[in-house]
Design a protein around this ligand. Sequence first.
Ligand code: FAD
Length: 379
Amino acid sequence: MKIAVIGGGPAGLYFSILVKKWRPDIEIDLFERNAPDDTFGWGVVFSDKTLSYLKVEDEPSHDAIVQRFERWDNVDIIHHDEKITVRGNKFSGIARIEILHILQERARELGVQLHFRAPVLDLSQFQSYDLLVGADGINSEIRSQYAETFKPDLSTRTNRYIWYGTPHLFHGLTLTFRENNAGVFAAHSYKFNKTTSTFIVECDEETWQTAGFQDMDEDTTRHYLEEVFHHDLHGGKLLSNNSKWINFVLVKNRHWWSERKDKGYVVLLGDSLATVHFSIGSGTKLALEDSIALFHALRLTERLPDALIEFEAQRRPVVDEYQDAAYESLLFFENLKDYMHLDPIPFAYRLMTRSGKVDHENLRRRDPVFVEQYESFVK
Ligand SMILES: Cc1cc2nc3c(=O)[nH]c(=O)nc-3n(C[C@H](O)[C@H](O)[C@H](O)COP(=O)(O)OP(=O)(O)OC[C@H]3O[C@@H](n4cnc5c(N)ncnc54)[C@H](O)[C@@H]3O)c2cc1C
């Protein structure tokens, strides 16, 4: 069998690793438009549960990832200048580029043919491949060239976000809410190595317009946001990695795979298949789990249509559930203004339970002290 993987993000690399490890005779060519050291964004977070899957599937890459982790169990919520800490939320942070380097090295070691600086636009070059894997991210070329088949549903959301780094270390997932005369800003931050934290700023369209970001260049934008979060950054700087304001796009697809007209099959994986809002920190996790599911389906049966049916049957309910939870979380941030009047404790409670994945009793198990504080407040 011959497989072409388009996109060298977590989804494409991990799928290639698993298949090549299982069956070295399968030829895998992975095409990535960027160079091996290019990446967008800064750090990403993982929950403990994700890590246990990675250990089972490929111990060497799991061990290399874990060695570079920064770990914490607290969510800190800064609202009305008060810090509320909620414990019992085990997460680990790592630089996105570190994960990519670890996966690239592992894929190379196993014999995956990695082609960097190889943007794919013309799909006719893949006629000799049995399976084409579209792991090319949120703006997937594969998805748009097969749009008639996949029937994607792309919803551009109204909030804007910008992904910075900062040398100020946030020990734990820190969600900071600040208001100025333009409106309301939220920052999602956490350290992901010994020297740097991720710092994502999000605001609604009205705040964005009123602040005048449409007329600001990159430096002015950064200085403006350094001022909004001056207290939280301890006067520190924001670091740009070609950082720009973006509207989050919620991606869904009616169909996940198809037979190609010329030869073989095509399937989507990771962000090209489905996105989840970054406020639940699960996009990379889902991309890796998609890869695991597709690999297991192939291992079950090498008859491609059967494997692809199996992949979709196993994976769709899980992806739907995460997208539902992430949607609730996204709505919280889109409607942030409606919650800003709340006192810090009920605000933190509303925030922690926003996605529906964590309910009152679950929160009590995570942090009984916080739940007691909340119960005394609402009595
Ligand atoms: C602000 C923000 C914060 C986030 N934080 C987290 C977090 O904390 N935790 C988490 O788990 N996830 C997080 N995510 C989500 C995460 O980044 C994605 O879900 C994840 O990277 C998806 O992996 P992927 O491999 O599907 O796609 P990507 O990582 O986007 O990789 C796709 C690759 O395909 C390449 N490519 C694209 N088009 C072509 C082409 N035509 N030819 C060749 N190559 C191509 C791209 O260069 C890229 O390398 C965040 C996302 C954002 C935007």
